[in-house]
Design a protein around this ligand. Structure first.
Ligand code: EPZ
Length: 417
């Protein structure tokens, strides 16, 4: 296994290019199953999760070719409707094949994803929505067995604005008979891109990005052609890297409208953030100010930025309270940050962080994707050496992060454990 080694203390300077968004590329890849033909998707990031999604598409019978982030997916010869356990347990987003397979083939057999490090993450709202469209669903030996003669439009009100649930139902409803209304839908930028992509295939979707989405079903869809939007979580991670090292970085591809909650909190923490034509310029403060955050669904402060922001608060001058309201177990990075000298107390779904200037490097272990990023950020701000083990977690969602940080002046490299 590999680890990443960081000798901290260097302010980062320069320009970094954000890659395509993992959480947009994944639903787009699965949306190709809705059409019979060759789809083209570019600016796909080189990540482990993308490799898993490609494995699953090939398992179903699709032909997938790629070069430099440009993907061609031919779904003419789909001969399986099963998403096997070994792939779904590797990447929960595999459940996003449910909607497309049901809509196009009238059946799907998808392994239940099971829990993960950050929480139980049930998919009950996905299944309830698909049943509302007329699917018959039962669980058998750990698999979701779903069938539908023909999906019919319905009014679906989500108990909570689930990102994956909204995506599965958008894809299923696109080919259902009649109108579907999704209420309390997720509003993330990735939902907007998926709806735009489906409309470019011939779907009739209105209201994506708001809490109420209307979908008029159509009889067939054409193959997809699109470019993945920049990854707002990768962008936010680099913005915090600039802030935590007191550096000066242009984050190319960062989209201000997608980062408002993070931007206002970084400004409160003392960073200077200047929008530019091709991104956001971040100038880190000499002294970081403690700030309270409370994660919530978009457009609130993103749960996927909570661990990274906590790293910033460990070096702030004061006390901050971070409340995680989306997932029930997303503080796995706390004990690793404590090994580096952080003063953090967990109080239920909140963490109280007393900033210190005594953060020191240490051998630490990644536990999940965003926790790994948090440890890298803390390492950048710590004296002497930090070694982050189990970085396969990191490679799920960050493309060559150590190379991008090294290009900004960080003393960071990857080596065998
Ligand atoms: C997506 O996960 C993202 N993953 C996650 O990013 C992100 O943290 C999450 O949205 C929230 O923004 C992808 O897009 C591939 P949810 P998803 O359904 O769709 C509960 C990362 O780091 N829930 O909005 O699984 C669930 O337990 C990853 O890139 C139900 O109870 O998130 C959770 O508490 C991590 N029943 C909350 O809703 C359901 O049927 C949010 O889940 C569905 C969800």
């Amino acid at each position: 296994m590999e680890k990443i080694v960081i000798k901290g203390g260097t302010p980062l300077n320069g320009t970094v290019q954000v890659s395509g968004a993992k959480n947009s590329a994944l639903p787009l890849l699965f949306a190709t199953l809705l059409a019979d033909g060759e789809s083209k998707i570019c600016n796909v990031p080189a990540l482990r999760d993308i490799n898993t999604a490609v494995k699953l598409l090939r398992e179903l019978g699709a032909e997938v070719a790629s070069q430099d982030g440009r993907y061609r997916i031919n779904t003419k010869k789909i001969q399986s409707i099963q998403a096997p356990y070994d792939l779904v347990k590797t990447m929960r987003a595999s459940v996003l094949v449910l909607g497309p397979l049901l809509a196009r083939f009238g059946q799907a057999r998808v392994s239940l994803p099971g829990g993960c490090a950050i929480g139980a993450r049930p998919i009950n709202l996905h299944l309830k929505g698909l049943e509302a469209l007329g699917a018959r669903i039962h669980i058998d030996h750990g698999y979701i067995e779903a069938t539908a003669d023909k999906l019919r439009g319905a009014k679906i009100s989500f108990d909570l604005p689930t990102v994956g649930g909204t995506e599965n139902l958008l894809m299923a409803a696109a080919l259902a008979e009649g109108e579907t209304v999704l209420e309390n839908a997720a509003r993330e930028p990735e939902i907007v891109q998926l709806a735009d992509a489906l409309n470019s295939m011939g779907a009739r979707i209105e209201g994506a990005g708001t809490a109420i989405i209307h979908i008029q079903g159509v009889s067939r869809l054409n193959p997809l052609e699109c470019q993945v939007i920049p990854d707002r979580i990768e962008a936010g991670t680099f913005m915090i890297a600039a802030a935590i090292t007191g550096g000066h970085v242009l984050v190319r591809g960062a989209v201000r409208e997608d980062q408002q909650a993070l931007i206002s909190k970084l400004i409160e923490a003392g960073a200077d953030i200047q929008p530019e034509a091709d991104g956001l310029r971040v100038i880190g403060p000499k002294n970081v100010t403690s700030v309270d955050i409370r994660t919530s669904v978009f457009p609130g402060f993103p749960t996927d930025m909570q661990a990274q922001f906590m790293a910033l608060m460990t070096v702030a001058g004061g006390t901050s309270r971070i409340s995680e309201t989306v997932f029930e177990n997303r503080f796995m990075h706390v004990c690793e940050l404590q090994r580096m000298g952080a003063d953090i107390q967990i109080d239920g779904h909140s963490a109280i962080i007393r900033g210190t200037d005594q953060m020191t490097g240490a051998p630490v272990m990644a536990t999940d994707l965003r926790a790994s990023a948090s440890l890298i950020l803390a390492g950048l701000a710590s004296e002497n050496t930090t070694e982050v083990a189990r970085i396969y977690h990191l490679d799920r969602g960050y493309e060559k992060i150590e190379e991008k940080l090294a290009a900004l002046g960080a003393d960071i490299w990857r080596e065998q454990e």
